[in-house]
Design a protein around this ligand. Structure first.
Ligand SMILES: [Zn+2]
Length: 213
């Protein structure tokens, strides 16, 4: 998938994750939930396109100094685009497991950091992971697919030109991500009036089509 689709997918993934964390009381207690979203969302947005830093530098959209650094480090292993380094469940997932261990148990290794530092680092990690997962999910919905482990390809769509990168299918996925992000954001607002968009929609369907009532 292309840059804009990954950005839209990252936004949708973050909106869903945020709603889920709120519903399950998984956000940090005593900290404004929208401040937490403000910390998580940029990390998610970056994570949503970070795997494509395995592309050559000319094809990287965000030519920031940080991306250049990550790009240089990644290219020490001379990856191809959609490489197993950044697009595989085993290797990319293993890297995330390492990061998870670091933000969970890192206080032992780095006692100089305060509890609030680890809280913020965990929020950044959760945002990054959300964006990264959205990237792999979206790429698995294109003919290029992702790797389960190096060499073992995985995709949820057939290998036909209809599902190729940049196709009408991708345009459809892009707009679907945007529409659902808007719905989830509206749902967050409705929550303050103790309303839920899915219940409202379902009630509407039942009224229009009594067969579902
Ligand atoms: Zn990719």
């Amino acid at each position: 998938m292309m840059y804009r689709t990954h950005k839209a997918g990252g936004a949708l993934a973050m909106a869903i994750a945020f709603e889920y964390f709120r519903a399950k009381d998984m956000l940090v207690p005593g900290m404004n939930e929208y401040v937490q979203l403000l910390i998580m969302y940029p990390a998610s947005s970056w994570g949503a396109t970070a795997p494509d830093l395995d592309h050559h530098w000319n094809s990287v959209k965000e030519k920031t100094p940080f991306n250049m650094l990550v790009h240089k480090i990644l290219h020490l292993s001379q990856p191809k685009h959609r490489s197993w380094q950044t697009h595989s469940i085993l290797v990319t997932g293993g890297f995330c497991a390492l990061l998870y261990s670091l933000v969970t148990y890192g206080a032992v290794l780095f006692p100089g950091l305060a509890a609030i530092d680890w809280t913020i680092l965990r929020l950044i990690f959760v945002g990054f992971l959300t964006g990264l997962v959205s990237h792999l999910v979206l790429d698995s919905m294109s003919t290029a697919g992702i790797h389960i482990w190096p060499g073992a390809k995985f995709r949820v769509v057939p290998r036909t030109s209809f599902f190729a990168t940049g196709s009408k299918w991708e345009t459809f996925v892009y707009y679907t991500c945007i529409v659902f992000t808007v719905i989830v954001v509206i749902n967050v607002g409705l929550g303050y009036a103790d309303l839920n968009i899915w219940t409202l929609l379902w009630d509407g369907v039942k009224r229009l089509l009594p067969i579902f009532a």
